[in-house]
Design a protein around this ligand. Structure first.
Ligand code: GLU
Length: 389
């Protein structure tokens, strides 16, 4: 069960900070808030805890610097705003942390840096090196080059990805809402607050509403998605309000917040990476026999595959869909789509004769697969509010 531990008992903490906390539409950067946050970070570091910050605010700050009118921005406008805002944001973090002699290092990630294994490992190595030398990585999405198809669009899921990538044991999402309610509290007077969430069930998912405010992109939905990514790999998550000064101290003092328990059986780092993939390259539709086999921890054999969709290459991530149309697992496929189509429904012993070479017996090997119990259930995680475009 979720036991609320003092923050000082965690080893590595990722703190995600929403735009609205750092940037005021009129006044720009909220310097006093940032200084108080950095003092709290310094306190954690003094206890030997590694701290990583995923800071939003580039676009909001750029908007304020450029004095852009309110309302939705075009993609190129938000990219330009991010370019202007990010430089100011990084500088503000660096200056504020340096008051306690803490060094900041800027990391800008795109979706590809977490989705492609090689780039993922590179990014992880850099972040780990920064932590090793005692620096605080200040991370954001590289909004200036990310276009709508290849971007996270929200820093909630990016922060969860960073948490799993670096083996953090706590992710704190600070925004303008103090936690998860059974329904959006501003719409439903009967909404009740949930203090602890032992498991992210479909009921919990159903409680997530849409986007929160104009300045911040992530609503409760992306926070729950983040929770799934984080808790699957054994990382606890807190959703708390950052509206007060020193929200970390407030959490320590028992401020209202929602705590998500880490999964009791974290999967391996490789499976964590597979489970957190946002865009499977294709789908394998399987029969009931395959569903039973996968449930028993077996590999997916070609014989159980009824049909295939998508254009994927060997090694890509594919979603495995049961007869009822639900995703039941996700894994790295052993064949290119064209070859997979040719051997679908056939016995493994026939593979060599059909393809002309001896491939793997499994279409998706169990070592390369995470089943539904371990992954978030929806494959439409990139379909988000129009405000992301
Ligand atoms: N990366 C965006 C920015 O820095 C924020 C995304 C979000 O609000 O989650 O402006």
């Amino acid at each position: 069960m979720t036991s609320r531990k003092p923050l000082g008992r965690y080893r590595r903490i990722v703190i995600k900070i929403g735009s609205a906390l750092l940037v005021d539409r009129k006044a720009g950067l909220k310097k006093a808030w940032l200084d108080a946050m950095c003092a709290d970070i310094s306190g954690l570091k003094a206890k030997g805890i590694d701290v990583l910050v995923v800071s939003s605010g580039a676009i909001a700050l750029g908007r304020s610097v450029l004095d852009l009118p309110s309302g939705a921005l075009k993609l190129e406008e938000s990219q330009a705003a991010a370019a202007v805002g990010q430089i100011a944001l990084a500088r503000a973090w660096s200056e504020s942390l340096s008051r306690d002699e803490i060094v900041a290092g800027q990391i800008l990630l795109t979706l590809g840096d977490t989705e492609e294994r090689r780039r993922y490992l590179n990014a992880r190595a850099t972040i780990n090196q920064l932590l090793k030398i005692g620096a605080v990585p200040i991370i954001n999405e590289n909004d200036t080059v990310a276009t709508s198809e290849i971007r996270y669009g929200d820093n909630d899921r990016l922060a969860a990805r960073v948490a799993t990538m670096t083996g953090a044991d706590l992710l704190i999402l600070l925004s303008d809402i103090d936690g998860l309610y059974t329904a959006p509290p501003h719409l439903d007077p009967n909404a009740t607050f949930l203090e602890t969430i032992a498991e992210i069930t479909p009921e919990i998912e159903a409680m997530a509403g849409g986007a929160a405010s104009e300045l911040s992109r992530g609503g409760m939905r992306t926070k729950i998605d983040a929770g799934k990514i984080a808790t699957t790999s054994g990382c606890a998550m807190i959703i708390a309000s950052g509206k007060t000064d020193s929200p970390l101290s407030e959490i320590e003092n028992g401020a209202r917040s929602s705590w998500f328990a880490p999964s009791g059986t974290p999967v391996t780092a490789r499976k964590t990476w597979i489970a957190g993939q946002l865009q499977p390259a294709g789908e394998l539709h399987v029969d009931d026999g395959a569903v039973t086999a996968l449930g028993a921890g077996k590999s997916l054999l070609p014989a159980g595959v009824r049909s295939i969709s998508g254009l994927f290459s060997r090694g890509d991530t594919v979603a495995i869909i049961g007869p009822a149309g639900r995703e039941i697992a996700r894994g790295l496929v052993s064949y290119d789509a064209e070859d997979a189509r040719r051997i679908a429904g056939r016995k493994s012993a026939e593979i060599a004769a059909i393809l002309g070479y001896a491939g793997r017996a499994a279409m998706v090997h169990r070592d390369d697969m995470v089943t539904n119990a371990q992954i978030r259930s929806k494959s439409d995680r990139l379909k988000k509010d129009a405000s992301y475009a």
